[in-house]
Write a protein that binds this ligand. Structure first.
Ligand SMILES: [Zn+2]
Length: 345
């Protein structure tokens, strides 16, 4: 069956198919061959030419407390000592815990911690790309940060400076695939609350970047907040009524704009996100949306709901297909309370 026929059948048979990654017998369209939680990734499928294996560790939330530093180091050591380690790393945001609500001294310490652990555990030959998370915007909680708003590193600037980036959104090509990393925050820097939305200028760039990508080049889009997610239904930020209401902080409010744009570009294959610390997978209109679990689980107190601490390994193939696996690294939180606190991503 051709890719086109397969996609048509898939669209015909189901408007939206949602499958928890842990479930067996999930509906798997042709572009994805495997999706599972594993403690060590299985070898790539025998057929098809694999062109890249990369990792998507998201929501690391590194901190000295609760052995968070040790946990982050352990995750990257596990990843890099796999029999078949990733050739590239694409982090999903919320890197330290938590520069959005820590004063400048602690924020500097946290970025140093993050950079140091990465440097010590990932060979310099492995390219690393970073996505911005809500916890990476310094001064979002101005009071907790002791920020005035006039600091040269205020807002997203600290993230940019730390990685020597010009913008919080960018794209690059690797192994015949195109990667687009987006900034989910149309944030008013002086407000703690945010809406998950692509700001106007970024949207223009995004649309032109998609248009400039050859239709034969498969595309991965990365955001911190999911564009579409079923795990968002399980978020703790729900209305206390029978209506199912998803917070604007837990799923992109501009998801329809994404859907309209993706209709023009069937080469958009995969959207990756984090933020919820919950693992899910949604197939919608020919695009696979995967929200990966968090490296820190529930911010280092144990798994969040039923998603353990982990990172994903993704194999990309020359034909535009991919495999996704969520890999646990054996972390035992201390104390392993599994506390279900009402916290912010
Ligand atoms: Zn997070």
């Amino acid at each position: 069956m051709s890719d086109k026929a397969s996609r048509r059948d898939f669209i015909k048979s189901t408007a939206i198919a949602i499958a928890a990654a842990t479930a067996g017998g999930v509906l798997v369209p042709k572009q994805s061959r495997a999706d599972q939680i594993v403690s060590a990734p299985v070898p790539p499928a025998a057929s098809g030419q694999r062109v890249l294996r990369f990792s998507h560790p998201t929501d690391i939330h590194v901190q000295p407390e609760l052995r968070g530093s040790e946990g982050m180091a352990s995750a990257f050591q596990h990843m890099m000592s796999l029999k078949d380690p990733p050739q590239m790393i694409l982090t999903g945001g919320d890197l330290p815990m938590d520069t959005a609500a820590s004063d400048a001294t602690r924020s500097a310490m946290l970025w140093k911690l993050f950079d140091g652990i990465l440097k010590d555990n990932v060979p310099a030959t492995i390219p690393i790309h970073h996505t911005i998370g809500n916890h990476d915007i310094w001064g979002r909680d101005m009071k907790a940060c002791g920020a005035t708003g006039n600091e040269p590193y205020f807002g997203k600037q600290w993230f940019l400076d730390n990685f020597h980036y010009e913008k919080t959104y960018y794209s690059f090509n690797q192994a015949g695939w195109h990667f687009i990393v987006l900034d989910s925050f149309d944030v008013v820097p002086h407000e703690k609350a945010y809406s998950s939305r692509i700001a106007a200028e970024q949207w223009e760039w995004f649309a032109s970047d998609l248009a400039a990508t050859p239709s034969t080049t498969p595309i991965v889009v990365v955001t911190h907040i999911p564009i579409i997610s079923v795990a968002a239904f399980f978020s703790r930020k729900m209305a206390k009524s029978d209506d199912i209401i998803i917070s604007r902080q837990n799923m992109h409010v501009d998801r329809k704009k994404f859907d309209t744009l993706f209709a023009k570009y069937p080469n958009v294959k995969l959207c990756l996100s984090g933020h919820l610390h919950l693992l899910d997978r949604v197939e919608y209109n020919g695009v696979t949306h995967i929200c990966d679990g968090a490296v820190c689980g529930d911010k280092w107190v144990g798994p969040r709901q039923r998603t353990p601490e982990g990172y994903s390994i993704i194999d990309l193939y020359a034909d535009g297909s991919f495999d996704h696996q969520y890999v646990t690294y054996g972390w035992k939180a201390e104390p392993a309370t599994g506390a279900d606190k009402d916290i912010d991503g």
